[in-house]
Design a protein around this ligand. Structure first.
Ligand code: FE2
Length: 277
């Protein structure tokens, strides 16, 4: 979100190519901050969408007419979005650069994924640029031609049996935050409790519901708040630098020392990450 503000981007749409299992989407927050429309396939069952996409239909996004390709397999609701001119396809977690989405949870299907890629994506023209949802090596684009030739899971001469064998033997760990991420993503990442906006400081909220104020704001407004350094003794031993005049009460002692905290001004806790809360 900070990057979007910094770049001055004002998106009109936020497209969820599917509901994710390993992280919580920022779609709800993005809509709150920018008024964009959140959209996903009807099959996603995501609550509160502004625009519901139909598999294999066309969809106008501003000046661009994109085709919504049903590409299930990683999840049943997965879509890819294809633009004919200039040729590009946004493949979400279906086709990745030299890889593909996993199919071992969220009712994924190896067979469906194989047919999604070979029947809907690989028939596109060689020069079609592929924008995947993820890449863990810093790559951002590929092309259909490259993936058709070089993707080790499904490119070259690999057939469905090879593809199935590859995916079924990956033995990937279960996503750590699955039980949190899936229910949250079915609500566009909307937190259960939404803090009231504050009038005394530009407070932002994290998904976890923690209120934060930027260190820059605090530095310029020290007279308006009481800053409490709550780093533990181990943390202050490792990083002894302190803000002058700021009281230090380690977090593990705070409960017993609450009467030392002044009440006349808003109290901000400063933790090791450097954020004020
Ligand atoms: Fe995914």
């Amino acid at each position: 979100m900070a990057l979007i503000r910094e770049l001055g981007i004002n998106p009109s749409y936020c497209v969820e190519t599917h509901y994710h299992a390993d992280h919580v989407t920022a779609a709800w927050l993005l809509r709150k901050e920018t008024d964009c429309q959140v959209t996903a396939a009807a099959q996603s069952n995501i609550e509160g969408l502004d625009l519901v996409l139909r598999h294999d239909g066309g969809q106008q996004f501003g000046d661009f007419d994109l085709q919504v390709l049903a590409t299930p397999g990683h999840t049943p609701d997965c879509i890819s979005l294809y633009l004919a001119d200039p040729a590009m396809v946004f493949t979400g977690d279906c086709l990745l650069i030299r890889g593909c989405g996993r199919t071992d949870f969220q009712t994924g299907s190896v067979s469906e994924l194989y047919h999604s890629i070979t029947s809907h994506l690989f028939p596109l023209a060689d020069e079609t640029i592929v924008y995947p949802g993820h890449d863990y090596q810093g790559r951002t684009i590929s092309t259909i031609g490259e993936e058709r030739r070089l993707n080790p899971r499904i490119g070259g001469d690999a057939n469905e049996q090879d593809f199935t064998g590859f995916l079924e033997n990956m033995q990937l760990p279960h996503p750590k935050n699955f039980d949190i991420a899936v229910p949250a993503n079915l609500k566009m990442g909307r937190p259960d409790t939404i803090p009231v906006a504050s009038s005394w400081a530009p407070v932002t909220e994290t998904y976890a519901g923690i209120l934060e104020v930027s260190p820059q704001w605090v530095a310029g407004n020290l007279e308006k708040v009481h800053v409490l350094d709550v780093r533990t003794r181990v943390e202050t031993d490792e990083e002894p630098a302190r803000i002058a005049s700021v009281r230090l009460i380690p977090l593990d002692e705070l409960r017993d020392r609450l009467d030392e905290v002044p009440r006349k001004l808003p109290v901000m806790a400063l933790c090791r990450s450097g954020n004020a809360r």
